[in-house]
Design a protein around this ligand. Structure first.
Ligand code: PEP
Ligand code: MN
Length: 263
């Protein structure tokens, strides 16, 4: 189902009025985690100022340590819905547990499957039975074949509205949080009709790498970007070191304006 449909047959996925696919370049931006109504609204306004047509923000956060901030849960979903009402911009948010799929799908325009759950087959099947588009992030150490078979689980359950996200993979290198596998973008675009976006924030794990890696994503032909931003990155409860701050948004906006778009 997700195998190549040929160059002319590349798919566009529609998300609450925004489009991800060929001929366009979509920016998704927002905080790593929803922390408060004010922080989420401010981050959303930053995202829109840079040209984002979709917001991101985690209400349910997968964290390495059980003692870290795990998100506001249902209250975070309500904040995201309020911010959508205030800005008119749809949002994507992660679902971690099959038991939460219906709740998250009731609020969100798009469901995110995070890297750590890429092979949570029960969760893939569960989001596959919803009508919401799915953002499927590549697993920490997943091969491209494994990633596409994970997408196949969602499609086989009845939902073919899938966007793939390259977010960096585990390598021996530790100067960056992960290693952005930039070749995955054109490789995957040949193997599937699904749109492919890049997450430069989790790839590099460093604010100073977000713009350079974003330019690489544009150059290689990605269908969009998903980027973390925060009104005050220094006090972020999650992933502050990789979040863009207000002073970084003009450069991101300039990049978005310069992206060559096909007619
Ligand atoms: C995220 O995008 O919020 C996230 C947790 O990323 P990843 O699953 O790619 O680590
Ligand atoms: Mn994050």
């Amino acid at each position: 189902l997700v195998g190549a449909h040929g160059r002319a047959g590349r798919s566009t996925v529609e998300v609450g009025g925004a489009e991800i696919g060929p001929g366009t370049f979509t920016l998704i931006a927002g905080p790593c985690a929803v922390e408060s109504a004010e922080q989420t609204l401010q981050a959303a306004q930053m995202a829109v100022s840079a040209g984002a047509s979709l917001l991101r923000g985690g209400a349910f956060k997968p964290r390495t340590s059980p003692y870290a901030f795990h998100g506001l849960g249902p209250a975070g979903l309500r904040i995201l819905s309020d911010v959508r009402a205030a800005t008119g911009v749809p949002f994507v948010t992660e679902v971690l547990d099959t038991r939460d799929v219906d709740l998250v799908a009731d609020h969100a325009d798009m469901l995110q499957i995070g890297a750590r759950n890429m092979q949570n087959f029960a969760l893939l099947r569960a989001v596959g039975t919803t009508r919401r588009p799915v953002l499927l992030k590549r697993g920490l150490s997943a091969t491209i074949d494994e990633w596409l078979l994970a997408a196949e689980y969602i499609a086989a359950a009845g939902n073919e509205n899938i966007v793939l996200c390259e977010r960096g993979i585990r390598t021996f290198e530790n100067a960056t949080r992960n290693t952005l596998d930039i070749s995955a973008v054109p490789v995957v675009q040949k193997m599937t009709h699904l749109p492919v976006i890049v997450d430069p924030s989790h790839s590099g794990g460093r604010r100073d790498l977000v713009l350079p890696l974003s330019r690489a994503a544009v150059a290689v032909g990605a269908d969009g970007l998903i980027i973390e931003c925060h009104p005050v990155p220094e006090v972020a409860l999650c992933d502050g070191p990789q979040a863009l701050g207000p002073e970084d948004m003009p450069e991101l906006a300039a990049l978005m304006k310069d992206v060559p778009r096909l007619a």
